[in-house]
Write a protein that binds this ligand. Structure first.
Ligand code: GDP
Ligand code: MG
Length: 162
């Protein structure tokens, strides 16, 4: 059985784009609109010679109403099955109330967490990523899932916790 890395975060932060980047394919469905139903959630991935299962929690439908409750429920399911959590935040938006809520759930779980500051497409957005230190999860790993920037360092950090 492979270790499980679960990708958690609000809709539209770039979870599926990051998953596509990591698996090197275009299978995870990327949608511009939040809350769009997606079916494929689980992928076999490899980094630095290690195999693991990558789970895109945004692909789960939940029976709860509203984005906040839905993201919280997805985080709870992810925590249950994950060996480590890759928490994705949109650095261009900064930490939202929903992000803070998910952080509480993640911290309570005591699962290892790697913080991904996504949408850092260029050097000017580095400062945006730095604001995510306030989440109290340690270093925000600046990444552009769209362009591939920083994903190697992010995966190194994830493997160290998996
Ligand atoms: P998800 O809902 O968290 O799975 O987010 P998606 O992967 O579907 O991405 C939502 C939107 O953000 C899409 O329009 C993506 O192209 C865009 N996006 C994802 N990653 C990046 C990034 O690193 N930089 C920029 N500029 N846009 C991104
Ligand atoms: Mg998605």
């Amino acid at each position: 059985v492979l270790p499980v890395l679960a990708v958690v975060g609000r809709p539209n932060v770039g979870k599926s784009t990051l998953v596509n980047r990591i698996i090197g394919r275009r299978e995870a469905v990327v949608e511009d609109k939040p809350g769009v139903t997606r079916d494929r959630v689980s992928y076999q991935a490899e980094w630095a010679g290690r195999q693991f299962t990558l789970v895109d929690t945004g692909g789960w439908e939940t029976d709860v109403a509203g984005i906040d409750a839905s993201v919280a429920k997805q985080a709870e399911i992810a925590i249950d099955l994950a060996d480590a959590v890759l928490f994705v935040v949109d650095a261009t938006v900064g930490p939202t109330a929903t992000d803070e809520h998910v952080v509480k759930l993640l911290r309570r779980s005591k699962k290892p967490i790697v913080l991904c500051a996504n949408k850092v497409d260029g050097p000017r957005a580095e400062a945006d990523a730095a604001t995510l230190w306030s989440l109290g999860l340690g270093e925000p790993h600046a990444v552009s899932a769209l362009h591939g920037r920083g994903t190697g360092d992010l995966l190194d950090a994830a493997m160290a916790k998996l």
